[in-house]
Design a protein around this ligand. Structure first.
Ligand SMILES: Cc1[nH+]cc(COP(=O)(O)O)c(CN[C@@H](CCC(=O)O)C(=O)O)c1O
Length: 304
């Protein structure tokens, strides 16, 4: 990722991609206290449009607030900078990664007053879990690791350090021949994927875990709104792994994952073992929305 042509917005300026470097004694590199976002811009007839940019920008600032990181750039500056990196890199679609981190003036857990930095990069990123995954569904393994406890990890923040848990879960799933991990909470109920929220469908109703142990996903929120607009009931509840095994459909949601069907969990076939009809309907609507084809959700798009 470090050597490519293009520009990165870093601490208020657009700089050459290869010059966007930091010191090895950067506090966040050692202790993991940094916050980030994953945002997508999509190609539309009216040019690139960023999906739910305000919500992502607000979440980034809230993540920093939770950790008392005083971001030296305001909402409007960060909004504009995310549009700028799409424009300046001539992307008609792409993945945008804002990151806010603690600088290198001091090390140590008790270090304070380090400079808070921000950068925003954007690059092309296709189907996170593969085109086949989007169409036919993926195979998932329940992780041997446990998702965050509410008082260990403040999960309203999208914090870099939390992704050690995600990497461990994802590595274990891949090493065992699966495509992604499903992580349970400290009570053994379904929480989320390593980088996605999760839904199951049973008798025409959607169920999704509450937000106690998982990220308040923007795609999750979008799916809830679209499903309810379709007249589907969406229920937030504690979901057990055997409810998952016996449901009719299941899917992950996320900016990178978009809406990816789950066709197996722990070698139990989910429903008909492929993308289910409600999943397909939601996925098709989602891709129409991000392509700017659905006036009803036009305010979810910020044109670059
Ligand atoms: C743990 C987790 N849970 C849920 C979500 C879905 O949230 P949202 O994107 O707001 O719908 C994501 C996004 N994961 C991001 C990082 C992926 C990566 O590999 O990095 C993403 O999808 O961009 C998570 O990381």
């Amino acid at each position: 990722m470090h050597s490519r042509d293009g520009k990165i917005w870093m601490d208020g300026k657009l700089i050459e991609w290869r010059d966007a470097n930091i010191h090895v004694l950067t506090h966040s590199l050692h202790y993991g206290m940094a916050v980030f976002e994953g945002v997508r811009a999509y190609k539309t007839d009216k040019g690139p449009a960023i999906f739910r940019l305000p919500e992502h920008t607000r979440r980034l600032l809230n993540s920093a607030k939770i950790f008392q990181m005083k971001v030296p750039y305001d909402y409007d500056t960060l909004m504009e900078a995310q549009k700028e990196v799409i424009r300046v890199n001539n992307l008609d679609s792409g993945y945008i990664r804002p990151l806010v981190w603690v600088g290198s003036e001091r090390l140590g857990i008790a270090a304070k007053d380090n400079t808070i930095h921000a950068m925003i990069a954007a690059w092309p990123w296709g189907a996170y879990l593969g085109e086949d995954g989007l169409n036919k569904g993926i195979r998932v393994k329940t992780s041997s690791f446990t998702r965050h406890h509410v008082n260990v990890s403040l999960v309203r923040a999208k914090a870099s350090g939390y992704y050690i848990n995600s990497i461990l879960s994802n590595q274990e799933a891949l090493a065992n021949g699966y495509d992604e991990a499903l992580v349970l909470d400290t009570d053994g109920f379904v929480s989320e994927g390593s980088g996605e929220n999760v839904f199951i469908v049973r008798n025409g109703k959607l169920y999704t875990p509450d937000l106690a142990s998982c990220l308040d996903g923007i795609t999750r929120d979008s799916v809830i709104v679209m499903a309810e607009d379709m007249g589907l009931k969406v229920i937030e509840k504690r979901i057990t792994r055997d409810e998952f095994y016996t449901c009719d459909e299941a899917f992950f949601t996320g900016t990178a994952a978009e809406i990816t069907p789950i066709r197996e969990l722990d070698n139990r076939v989910i429903g008909a073992g492929t993308r289910g009809p409600i999943t397909e309907k939601l996925q098709s609507l989602f891709f129409d929305v991000v392509a700017g084809k659905t006036p009803k959700y036009a305010d979810w798009l910020t044109y670059v």
